[in-house]
Design a protein around this ligand. Sequence first.
Ligand code: G1P
Length: 295
Amino acid sequence: MNKIKKAVLPVAGLGTRFLPASKATPKEMLPIIDKPLVQYAVEEAIEIGIEEIIFITSPSKYSIKKHFDFNQVIDNKLRNSGKDMLAELANPNIFGEIDFKYINQDEQKGLGHAILLAKDYIQDEPFAILLPDDLFFSDISCLSQLTSIYKETGNSVIAVNKIDPHNIHKYGVIDPGKVEGNYMEINNIIEKPSRVEAPSDIAVCGRYILNSTIFEFLEKTHADGSDEIQLTDAIKSMLSKEKILAAMYHGEKFDCGSKKGFVEATIAISLRDNDLKDDIKSYIQNINEVNSKDN
Ligand code: G1P
């Protein structure tokens, strides 16, 4: 079976929900504490052995490329003053082993359109997709959970989780079929259905491992009512040709494309940080006390 060596990270979106912060800084570069959101996804990809990371980006997001390029000036300054640990934080050694590629998405034509742009780089290999807005924390990473299933079955596999029916219209939603251990077959999938149309409360979260067959179907997928080519629609058509699996993600998940998720992720990570957690815990305790006195 083919090893998964390539990952696609779509990062071309405007990030309007984070204006004005996202005006001159890509939303993917906004930090959760001290690390840009996009780096969490890149580290998750590297952890499963990805060798090539393909960003679908836009010219205004050049700081993403700068972030993953080696910065010689910073490296010299830090190493010359004996701050080797900081130098490693600025230029992690492992980034030097990764082939970072950048493709511009000139039009905002949806996730499916973004993924199709990576076709020539992926060719006929299986590949991972990571949507950096979705941040996952678990002992075994979300992508690693998918990789085990891909290795076992050779089928494309998508991470899913249960969603409150009030929010189901924000996601791709699956109609689940036969359950086999820690994965299930997908009978059907619908992009952003209304609550009544939703075939279940099981929604796609932002990690996928797909066989390259998807490109055949992306090429045939028409834009929807909002003039976007949906990856979900291509996956739905691909079901006519091959089995696609869904894996229930086990662990914490934050939707950092929303302000609520972003703040929650910031709190969750600060509570894991040895230097910060005690101060943040007592801060939260203090606000709780003040609030309960006020009420
Ligand atoms: C995209 C996908 C959707 C998926 C979601 C997960 O939607 O189109 O199927 O459920 O990511 O975050 P977006 O959030 O880009 O609107």
